[in-house]
Design a protein around this ligand. Structure first.
Ligand SMILES: [Zn+2]
Length: 578
């Protein structure tokens, strides 16, 4: 540029030299310096460039940048070469460059775009601004993240850089398998998860998911890459991968948002992310899975209209029971049973579990009579015994389909139970229901069917018994003291009466019933060695039950009392169901 000006004697040689010096020193663009120091204004500079290149000066603010136009130069190329398309003339693509005088850029571009190019001249600052504006936020955030990371990598001596912090973590974790986290790991993870570029990057991914109506987002660490994929209309869309080294920072960010323990990187965790993005309230279910190369994170965008039906959290399951359920179903194999009479919400609970486990990495097959909740991503089969499609038959064919998880609507006969248990013993998770009143009775029922005790003791992970109690209408709720009769009927000692009783007097809101809605009560039997031995020894039902309670199992009655004393349900409901 300066040469051109000098040749044309448009400025004093001393001024030109001064600007050359300052440009070398500060790196500030020659165009800006010329303008700022009043040597040559922008308009004149543009004229000089246009004349030199045999083209003209245009006003980019007058151009309408349609998507079709912008797509003529892919975002990545536009960003890297600081150029933007402004129109086409036959085969020739017209474009503006931030640095039109650099001959190599134009050659590279012509090669990359594989078409003839015509440069037009416009204010470099305006062109750069347009590139920043017109090419999507996605590219920008990616670029910012990559830039921030690269910059911090070059400054490894800087203790505060993202790269330095992550290196500290990696130092203790050379095999990719975390043995014992040092105390400061938590702090480091928290810090990197709060770094501005990481926060922006994650927000951008969530925004993209919203824009594309993605069903779920997968963050997957591999040996050399960190892959991010979104499931849009049933197919996977791969995003530009960020530097692999940032994987722990991104996982930390997601865990912070979901409110789970960020220091825990060895066991799977579940949480919920609630974010307002572009004015919309979004809820994602987050689950983490430790893998050989780091934590894999899956976000599932919850469909709020459907969520109430099937999310484990929406069922208001007490924390201890929730933990027991997750413990049983997050194992790669074994049997998890839910028991209770018809209408006790067994299927809803099982579906909440499946929904939690339903990721693209997992193949889930169900045999149901009938299919109650259609769920995307799960292969569901309708059982019609009269047509010869029995549970047992479906199960046999399932095993040839290589599933990870199998739902059997009900274990109603020996054949079905035997095949289900067999499947559990050969590396599948099998979830099913049984019509029994308590968790321990499920064991007795299986024995009565003719299942061998050792088959039960070696395959069952746990059994959940449940009931649905009606909940008190909040509009007409009143309280009463516990009467001596009631206390006697509940067989409670004085110190076990921990509050008043509540009921609804009846109002318009509850059609004078005093009740609105229902809530589950639960009893979870989680297997341990002692219980396995008792089952293998054919311990009688009542004795088995006592031992389970001794081992810490809370009975349906205990959970019912909780609902009663907290004023959620009534004495009558608890007596009826427990
Ligand atoms: Zn009411």
């Amino acid at each position: 540029m300066l040469n051109l000006i000098s040749e044309r004697q448009l400025a004093d040689p001393q001024d030109i030299e001064a600007i050359q010096g300052e440009h070398n020193l500060s790196g500030e663009s020659v165009n800006k310096l010329l303008n700022a120091q009043g040597v040559l204004d922008t308009a004149s500079q543009l004229e000089v460039m246009a004349e030199y290149l045999g083209t003209d000066v245009i006003d980019v603010s007058a151009i309408e940048f349609s998507d079709e136009l912008l797509e003529l130069i892919p975002a990545e190329i536009a960003k890297n070469n600081h150029c933007i398309p402004i129109g086409v003339d036959g085969e020739t693509l017209h474009l503006c460059l931030v640095d039109p005088l650099n001959p190599t850029i134009l050659d590279d571009l012509a090669f990359q775009l594989n078409k003839p190019l015509q440069v037009r001249i416009a204010d470099p600052a305006a062109v750069q601004k347009l590139i920043d504006e017109k090419y999507s936020e996605e590219e920008e955030s990616y670029q910012q993240l990559v830039d921030a990371f690269e910059a911090s990598k070059n400054a490894v001596s800087d203790e505060d850089s993202i790269a330095a912090k992550i290196n500290k973590l990696r130092g203790r974790d050379p095999s990719g398998e975390v043995e014992e986290e040092a105390p400061e790991a938590l702090e480091i993870l928290e810090e990197v998860g709060d770094e501005a570029p990481i926060v922006r990057f994650v927000n951008m991914i969530l925004y993209q998911a919203l824009k594309d109506s993605a069903a779920d987002i997968h963050f997957e660490p591999f040996e050399d890459t960190y892959q991010i994929r979104m499931k849009v209309d049933g197919s996977m869309k791969i995003m530009t991968p960020p530097p692999k080294e940032l994987a722990p920072a991104i996982a930390s960010r997601l865990k912070i948002m979901a409110g789970v323990n960020i220091a825990e990187r060895r066991i799977p965790q579940d949480g919920r992310i609630q974010e307002t993005i572009a004015g919309l309230e979004l809820v994602f279910r987050m689950s983490t899975l430790p893998t050989k190369f780091g934590e894999s994170v899956v976000l599932r965008l919850l469909d709020s209209s459907n969520d109430d039906l099937t999310s484990l959290e929406a069922l208001s399951i007490p924390e201890k029971i929730d933990y027991s359920i997750r413990h049983c179903v997050e194992q790669p194999n074994g049997v998890f049973l839910v028991t209770g009479p018809t209408g006790s919400g067994k299927t809803t609970t099982l579906y909440a579990c499946l929904r939690m486990l339903n990721t693209v990495e997992t193949k889930i097959l169900t045999a149901e009579d009938p299919v109650e909740f259609p769920v995307e991503g799960i292969v569901q089969c309708h059982i019609v015994e009269s047509m010869g499609m029995s549970f047992a038959k479906a199960l046999k064919s399932f095993l040839r389909q290589d599933p990870d998880i199998i739902l059997v609507g009900e274990m109603r006969d020996l054949e079905t139970a035997a095949i289900g248990i067999e499947a559990a013993l050969t590396g599948h998770l099998v979830v099913s229901t049984l019509h029994t009143n308590s968790s321990t009775e499920a064991i007795t029922r299986l024995l009565d069917m003719g299942v061998e005790p050792f088959m039960i003791s070696s395959s069952v992970n746990g059994i959940l018994a449940q009931r649905l109690c009606k909940t008190i209408c909040p509009k007409c709720k009143v309280s009463n003291k516990v009467t001596p009769d009631q206390q006697k009927m509940l067989r409670l000692k004085d110190e076990e009466v921990t509050g008043d009783l509540y009921y609804g007097t009846g109002c318009d809101a509850c059609s004078n019933t005093g009740y609105r809605g229902r809530r589950g009560i639960y009893e979870a039997l989680v297997m341990n060695d002692e219980i396995r031995n008792l089952i293998a020894d054919r311990t009688p039902a009542l004795e088995l039950r006592d031992k389970c309670v001794e081992a810490g199992m809370q009975t349906l009655r205990i959970d019912g009392l909780r609902l009663m004393f907290e004023g959620t349900s009534t004495f009558e409901e608890v007596m009826k169901y427990t």
